[in-house]
Design a protein around this ligand. Structure first.
Ligand SMILES: Cc1cc2nc3c(=O)[nH]c(=O)nc-3n(C[C@H](O)[C@H](O)[C@H](O)COP(=O)(O)OP(=O)(O)OC[C@H]3O[C@@H](n4cnc5c(N)ncnc54)[C@H](O)[C@@H]3O)c2cc1C
Length: 393
């Protein structure tokens, strides 16, 4: 077992916090460096909540998963007239990003969770990692875990040749308070509801309210609508806000230009079943996330490793992004516990996590291709499960 090492974690979101908690439990001296000057806030809407994401909270912090998530019992596919054409009995959980973040941060505490610490450079010498911060301060650690997300600066320093690849489509997202949908929304409360049509699909499901409440009535209904935009000027125009600022990865609530929001609502009314169109049309500030693939060729560089989206960013169709980040953290802790030194632990860890990242990326690419390009995705497609590992594993 690795002992008495100083560990730095870059990025204090779900992946970074899970790693920090688990490594601290091994007795390591862990500090989290988070670029944001304030505690992180709700980003966007809901997340499909897989067991790997809530594992720490349930196994180590005694959190009741029902208090931090909503659940649904079915997966329903509708036809254009809103009839259920395929119903699968398949339970899933949903939460929102904020609820999970706050629960993990409460466990870690604020003492060694350093906000306003932007890591700008990483150097290594004699088995030590020297971390430079934006204020020019430097710290030295024995192991640096980079959980700095899809735009990872660590990755661009370590693997400058790796760039993100636009998938050809974006996710339009939004939420509506459950109570605003009235009786009409009843059919959406206990299922993930899909509608698949040419070169697109949309799904709708209930998530906790912004304050984390999971009581029926307080919850939100969340939609994720995958729509194709050509790379280049078509995408750039969508992602440019009213002030002319181009957003590369996401256009936050309120930033989409009115003409695009109007088009979204008009297409929803024209093309989607009424039940789902009503959710899209009622969402006050729909927002956009571009769908990107990122694939690294390595996750370990001496005493530095990349986890979560900093390594592989996968398409959201398996709802497994946060689960992958958490699993990277659990497996890292396991390797450090079982191996005699950091280098052997990282070597063993990298092999398994590279396989996981590549497999998940390939599966989500296939789902995306079938739905957005080839149009041969049928209702109830067995490969479309919300899971970190492929169905049946
Ligand atoms: C449309 C869409 C839907 C999704 N749905 C789901 C879902 O249903 N379920 C799911 O599990 N996942 C989902 N995801 C994916 C999920 O959001 C990500 O996989 C997850 O947030 C990755 O976590 P992370 O900790 O690796 O990185 P992030 O959450 O991106 O966190 C990175 C952190 O690093 C910090 N940081 C960045 N640079 C620096 C620096 N230089 N110094 C210090 N700190 C830094 C950032 O401020 C941030 O706090 C979805 C993604 C998209 C786009």
């Amino acid at each position: 077992m690795v002992r008495a090492a100083r560990v730095g974690v870059v990025g204090g979101s779900l992946g970074g916090l899970t790693a920090a908690l688990l490594l601290r439990e091994l007795g390591l001296d862990v500090t989290v460096y988070e670029r944001s000057g304030t505690e992180l806030q709700q980003r966007g809407a809901g997340i499909g909540l897989l067991p790997e994401t809530y594992r720490y909270l349930v196994e180590r912090a005694d959190v009741d998963v029902d208090e931090i998530s909503t659940s649904t019992a079915y997966v329903n596919y509708l036809d254009r007239d809103g009839r259920v054409i395929h119903e699968l009995s398949q339970p899933y959980r949903f939460s929102n990003w904020n609820t999970i973040y706050r629960s993990l941060l409460r466990c870690f505490g604020r003492d060694r969770y350093l906000l306003n610490h932007d890591v700008t450079d990483i150097k290594q010498h004699d088995g030590m990692v020297q971390v430079t911060l934006a204020d020019d301060n430097e710290v030295e650690v024995d192991l640096l875990v980079c959980a700095d997300g899809i735009g990872s600066r660590a990755r661009s320093r370590l693997l400058p040749e790796v760039t993100s690849a636009y998938a050809g489509y974006v996710a339009w997202r939004g939420v509506v308070p459950e109570k605003d949908l009235g009786r009409e929304g009843d059919a959406l409360r206990n299922a993930i509801t899909y509608y698949v049509y040419a070169n697109s699909h949309i799904l709708v499901y209930p998530i906790p309210g912004l304050d984390g409440s999971v009581s029926p009535g307080d919850r939100l209904i969340n939609f994720v609508w995958y729509r194709n935009y050509l790379a280049g000027s078509d995408l750039h125009d969508l992602m440019t806000d009213g002030d002319g600022k181009l957003h590369e990865i996401s256009l936050p609530p309120g930033a989409a230009r009115p003409e695009y929001v109007a088009e979204l609502r008009a297409v929803a009314a024209a093309r989607l079943p009424d039940l789902i169109a009503n959710v899209v049309v009622s969402a006050k500030e729909p927002f956009v996330q571009t769908i990107l693939d990122i694939e690294v060729t390595r996750m370990v560089f001496g005493r530095v490793c990349l986890i979560g989206d900093a390594a592989f960013a996968v398409r959201p169709h398996a709802a497994a992004g946060t689960a992958k980040a958490a699993e990277d953290a659990w497996e890292l802790a396991k390797a450090l516990e079982e191996q005699p030194d950091i280098d052997s632990a990282l070597r063993i860890w990298e092999k398994g996590q590279m396989e996981l990242g590549q497999e998940l990326l390939e599966r989500t690419r296939r789902i995306g291709r079938r739905s957005q390009v080839d149009c041969n995705w049928v209702a109830g497609d067995p490969e479309l499960t919300f899971s970190l590992y492929p169905p049946g594993r």
